[in-house]
Design a protein around this ligand. Structure first.
Ligand code: CTP
Length: 396
């Protein structure tokens, strides 16, 4: 398969520095990038930086005779699989919506016959302004993919939607955009568990937990995008199966353990599931009924198998075994203890004392024998991409 060719237009906003990180991510995932730097963009990042990261010449002006003879702006606009505008400023999107072509970037955008993605970043008021919203609607109606900006504190001191999404999230959107792709995990089998388990008490009642499965599903999606063959063993959750992922549904911890065993061998195991530690020792075959005496039936528990610890010590253990640790205090210390106790290579520890379970974002610490890497809070799919990146690095 051909590597993905991206024409990256870097607009003039403080978020332009994140475009440098995006170039790095595209390259790392096997894509090729050619950058176009607007006059505004050049106030924030240099052509030299983008040229060094992309290992390609950077185009800055429509009036460069040498470039025009060698390449030609029409050809430049069409030789990519995807044109990405990042950051897409209010001004750049207004010009795109109106069809103005008064510099190299806007001329390329008007001349291209390839899909276009815009990644907006601007002050919250500028984003919310009726003019910008009108332009975004116009662009979307004409087929441009306009990503939603993130919400949060801005460089200008205000708060709200308008921040550039994390480079990992932008890369996810690019990878999902349907153009051809090769990935750093092609040829690898990744086994992932996700979601809660349900442990029956009787045919209608069960023991469960608040796990939504979102993080494990996001890792499955990111691993599939990176080219891996993915087996996802999912507890009961109502999430769509990510494209390219083979999903096996289970209910209980014991079913999950059997499914993991059956899915081996694998190159990597990522055990994200919140497996119930205990099950009802004797699940009743019929619904438990009140007997009218007010007596409460006892609930005796039995310990479930530890799927991660069993896998980490198995003869056919995957070369890289990764566990998750949901903690509410002493996160790193608990994770380090868990790493040793379970025999995992990495423990990805997250603080679940807030609304992480079921929420859209996550703050994780990757704990290994070599040390701890703490990632900033980011959307779960960005965490997934960051983790898949590290897995690919570890396997290399
Ligand atoms: N895990 C597992 N099987 C179990 C319990 C946990 O495979 N029966 C895995 C989880 O998928 C996760 C890791 O072990 O990758 C840690 O899970 P966690 O619930 O945080 O650990 P516990 O073993 O429950 O430890 P503790 O109760 O001390 O927090």
């Amino acid at each position: 398969m051909q590597p993905k060719r991206i024409l990256l237009i870097v607009g003039g906003g403080i978020a332009a520095y994140k475009a440098c990180e995006l170039v790095r991510l595209i390259r790392k995932n096997g894509g090729e990038v050619t950058c176009v730097l607007t006059e505004g963009g050049a106030h924030f990042v240099t052509a030299m930086t983008l040229a060094a990261l992309s290992e390609n010449p950077v185009h800055t002006t429509l009036w460069d005779l040498k470039n025009e003879v060698e390449m030609g702006h029409i050809q430049l606009s069409r030789q990519a699989d995807l044109v990405v505008v990042c950051p897409a400023t209010a001004d750049l999107m207004a010009k795109m919506a109106a069809g103005i072509a008064d510099d190299l970037a806007t001329t390329l955008l008007l001349a291209t016959d390839k899909p276009v993605m815009a990644v907006p970043a601007m002050n919250v008021r500028m984003w919310q302004h009726a003019a910008t919203q009108r332009n975004v609607a116009t662009l979307r109606a004409s087929g441009v993919t306009v990503l939603d900006p993130d919400e949060g504190a801005m460089a200008c001191g205000e708060y709200g939607p308008g921040r550039l999404p994390e480079p990992e999230a932008i890369w996810n959107a690019i990878a999902r955009s349907g153009t051809a792709q090769t990935g750093p995990l092609s040829g690898k089998h990744i086994l992932i568990t996700a979601g809660p388990t349900h442990e029956p008490i009787d045919p209608v009642r069960y023991i469960a937990n608040r796990s939504s499965g979102k993080q494990g599903f996001a890792i499955s999606a990111a691993a599939a995008l990176a080219g891996a063959r993915v087996t996802l063993i999912a507890g009961p959750v109502s999430l769509a199966t990510p494209p390219g992922v083979a999903r096996i549904n289970v209910e209980t911890a014991r079913q999950m353990a059997a499914a993991v065993d059956a899915a081996l061998p694998a190159d990597v195991a990522v055990m994200v599931a919140a497996v119930a530690d205990w099950r009802a020792a004797d699940a009743a075959p019929q619904k438990l009924k009140k007997d009218g005496t007010g007596q409460i039936p006892p609930l005796h528990l039995a310990e479930n198998p530890d799927i991660l610890a069993t896998l980490a010590r198995a003869a056919n253990r995957p070369p890289l075994v990764i566990g998750f640790a949901a903690e509410t205090e002493n996160i790193i210390a608990h994770a380090q203890a868990k790493l040793a106790r379970k025999g995992a290579d990495w423990i990805v520890a997250n603080d679940v004392s807030g609304d992480v379970m079921g929420g859209a974002s996550n703050t994780v610490h990757i704990v290994t024998a070599a040390g701890v890497e703490s990632l900033p809070e980011m959307p779960k799919d960005a965490v997934a991409t960051a983790l898949v990146q590290r897995i690919a690095d570890a396997l290399r």
